[in-house]
Design a protein around this ligand. Sequence first.
Ligand SMILES: [Zn+2]
Length: 273
Amino acid sequence: MHGIFSPTRRLLFLPLIVLSVFLLGAAPERNASVHVIIYHTFLGKESVSTDFSVDELRLQMERLKERGFRFVTLADVERGAVSGTRNVLVSIDDGNRSVYRAYREVFGPMGIKPLLAIYPNIIGRKKYALTWDELRALASDGCEIAAHGFFHLHVNEKLYAKNRPYFMNEIHKSKRVLEERMGRPVTAFVYPSGERCGHAMREIRAAGYRCAFTINWGTLRVPLERNPEALELPRYMLVRDNWKNIFALMDKNSGSPGGNGPKSTKRHLVLSR
Ligand SMILES: [Zn+2]
């Protein structure tokens, strides 16, 4: 029989000791993390997997709040003003007109400021899209705007080889037009359909974006430098069939709710209704 301090056991403990020293040595605010979730439309069309009704959205936001999650903004993430692991950044892709009502009825009243990923080609031009005035109203209320391409083309190797000017416009023109129309800097890019390549990342950096979001599942670390790549930040796309599983996964990956647990938060919710 080997004793607890036998060479074999000591070898087994070594990684644990190294890990504890690392964790104890790290400042607490440097362990913060955020779950980024993706919505698209709020039309209440059950046949569209990425669509939710405004009532379903409200229920989902309340569920997150009950589980002790706090809602943060991209600005919070960029300046490292986030603590703990129960944080959510809501992103809404594409600029559908239903975003306006969802904001007025759910996000706004709950104090949630989503990141709106916009491709300018449809804004004010398509019936299903937001107008520039609506987008400006949302932005002046605190919603943040990210570029999501110009035509929503995939900035992958194929487009780079096939049509270089279109590829460049997706990254550079989208930023320029949004900044002109909104009168504020655009610092984040959201890859249409999550598609990307090395050329895209190079151009995104050259254009002056500070970060870019994919649709790969995972937890975003704060400050941004703690991520393996600030131009490949993870997000969870919510669809009708899996939003409950994703919320459960977020719950699991955030550790114990502790003092902000479901009980105390629920009591608070009841009082504040
Ligand atoms: Zn999109």
